[in-house]
Design a protein around this ligand. Structure first.
Ligand code: SF4
Length: 281
């Protein structure tokens, strides 16, 4: 499979993550010009705009290492239950493609996520291998955001933190019951573990600060109270530096399942705008 084809196939999926609250998603940037005058479509659907803390928007390559996944998250186009052509980058080819885009001035960073192969350790190793080649072999100095996979080893989490500017795990839902409504195969403990590990390692990172964040998908399970409680706990225990939220608006990928904006259990309503606002109070 051609590299551009892989970028098109594997770039679309990572667009479901947010990096900053104000970031424009891939859906929203489609067709709009990038700073270099090109459009995302011309570069594959893999480049999106990141809003930095100073308000400046910068293009980053947002991509999956592989779209193969053992999990079955009902909101995700890459869920195991869907029948479509999967693709994967080798660490070498993804590092090379990133370096080429970076040197050509088309991107200023890489956001690297992955489908979960097996229990997650293998996927983490591939992510780390890509980052390692990029930083060491290509001397990449751009922004690097790496996802942490469930069941990632302590060594892999630590290495990720040495290589990245930011690491993250998407908890997606505030409680096990709410997560069950979105994914029959993910469990909250295996998602929380690498995040807690990253938090425990963070004070040891002396050279530079690596931020660790999480994301919740708001809508379709759990209550505002659940979300605020979990967010409060994550901040109080310093498990994350930032909690991001994504209100799910794209198409549902598991026919027959309750929609992302369907009724929440117990009749509670979840409103992304309201709970997001509450985080700033
Ligand atoms: S773990 Fe869930 S959200 Fe992530 S790629 Fe697999 S199905 Fe999609």
């Amino acid at each position: 499979m051609e590299l551009q084809q892989k970028l098109d196939l594997l770039g679309a999926g990572a667009g479901f993550d947010v990096d900053e609250a104000a970031q424009v998603s891939l859906c929203a940037t489609a067709g709009k010009p990038l700073p270099n005058g090109r459009t995302p479509a011309e570069l594959g659907r893999s480049i999106s705009m990141l809003t930095r803390s100073d308000g400046k928007k910068v293009p980053i390559l947002k991509v999956l290492q592989t779209s193969a996944c053992a999990k079955d998250c009902y909101y995700c186009p890459f869920r195991a239950g869907r029948d479509f052509r999967r693709a994967a980058f080798t660490p070498e080819e993804l590092a090379r493609a990133t370096d080429q885009l970076y040197r050509a001035g088309r991107i200023q960073g890489l956001f690297l996520s992955s489908g979960i192969v097996g229990k997650g350790e293998y996927s983490q190793e591939r992510i780390v291998a890509t980052a390692e080649i990029l930083r060491r072999q290509y001397e990449f100095r751009g922004y690097l955001h790496l996802k942490l996979m469930p069941n990632a080893s302590a060594a892999a989490v630590e290495r990720s933190m040495q290589l990245a500017d930011r690491v993250s795990v998407n908890l997606e839902a505030p409680t096990p019951a709410a997560l069950d409504r979105r994914s029959g195969t993910k469990d909250l403990v295996s998602l929380l573990n690498p995040l807690r590990l990253a938090a425990s390692l963070a004070p040891r990172r002396h050279r530079r600060r690596v931020s660790h964040v999480t994301q919740f998908v708001v809508g379709g399970g759990g209550t505002d109270r659940d979300l605020l409680r979990r967010t409060d706990e994550l901040y109080r225990r310093r498990v994350v530096a930032r909690v991001l939220q994504r209100v799910f608006t794209c198409a549902q990928y598991a026919p027959g399942r309750p929609g992302p904006h369907g009724p929440a259990p117990g009749g509670a309503s979840v409103s992304g705008g309201l709970s997001h606002a509450a985080l700033w109070l």
